[in-house]
Design a protein around this ligand. Structure first.
Ligand code: ZN
Length: 238
């Protein structure tokens, strides 16, 4: 009996010492991110394009460059889009760099964007001319979702800012080089002194951003993009 107790004691000591040694010599576990096992609805990618940039200033009024105003507004839109649970914004530029127009839409195609929205401020000879307008490439057929995108953004932008509604228009645009739903919004005129003051005002820029977000959400809702997990309106590549 005594021998069994001694044997048990020795076994216990060996086990305890082994455990202690294992603890001492154990290498620290590598920093691993916890793996999310819950399936997540994939993000809907929204490509936002601050018009111009780098060598191309866009409209120039005194020392105000369109490219800078565009970028300020787009950064505000990005913040709002980012806060939406299903949406992921991708910008064609985040700094003052030259980016070719075709590269911008190629990026949108490559990331599998649900839509492409270019954002500009306008200019005209007559300083009285003011208001917002949204453009669609004129080769888009009447059933193309670009029209719905343009109308949604135009309506929500005008409602959010009270800017004069110059409507949805069409002309030949580089947007014809993508099949994505695509539009280009001109949020106001830098050449109109009264509107220029607003366009440079951070609070008004926030109103513009809220309007554009609302337009994007209205479009996604009407087009049913958010109802289709795993799918966007992006067509398969050719
Ligand atoms: Zn422009």
């Amino acid at each position: 009996m005594k021998r069994i107790l001694i044997a048990l004691f020795i076994v216990m000591v060996v086990v305890i010492v082994s455990l202690l040694l294992a603890g001492v010599f154990k290498r620290p576990a590598p920093d691993t991110q916890p793996v999310t096992t819950e399936p997540e609805a994939p993000s809907v990618i929204i490509v936002l394009d601050p018009g111009h940039g780098g060598r191309d200033p866009g409209a120039v009024v005194g020392d105000i460059l369109e490219k800078d105003v565009n970028l300020e507004i787009v950064k505000k839109v990005r913040e709002l889009v980012e806060a939406q649970p299903r949406l992921k914004p991708v910008l064609t530029r985040t700094t003052d760099v030259t980016v070719d127009k075709l590269e911008r839409i190629q990026l949108a195609d490559e990331v599998g964007a649900a839509l492409y929205l270019s954002i500009h401020v306008n200019a005209f000879d007559d300083p009285e001319v003011n208001g917002a307008e949204t453009w669609v490439d004129d080769t888009r057929s009447p059933g193309d979702p670009s029209w719905l995108l343009a109308e949604s953004v135009q309506d929500a932008l005008v409602a959010a800012t009270g800017a004069r509604d110059r409507g949805v228009r069409s002309q030949e645009l580089y947007l014809r080089h993508t099949t994505l739903p695509a539009a280009s919004v001109e949020v106001g005129f830098l050449t109109c002194p009264k509107e220029r003051a607003k366009l440079l005002d951070s609070a008004y820029q926030n109103q513009i951003a809220r309007g554009i977000l609302k337009g994007i959400l209205d479009y996604l809702d009407t087009a049913g993009v958010l109802d289709q997990p795993g799918e966007t309106t992006a067509p398969p590549p050719d």
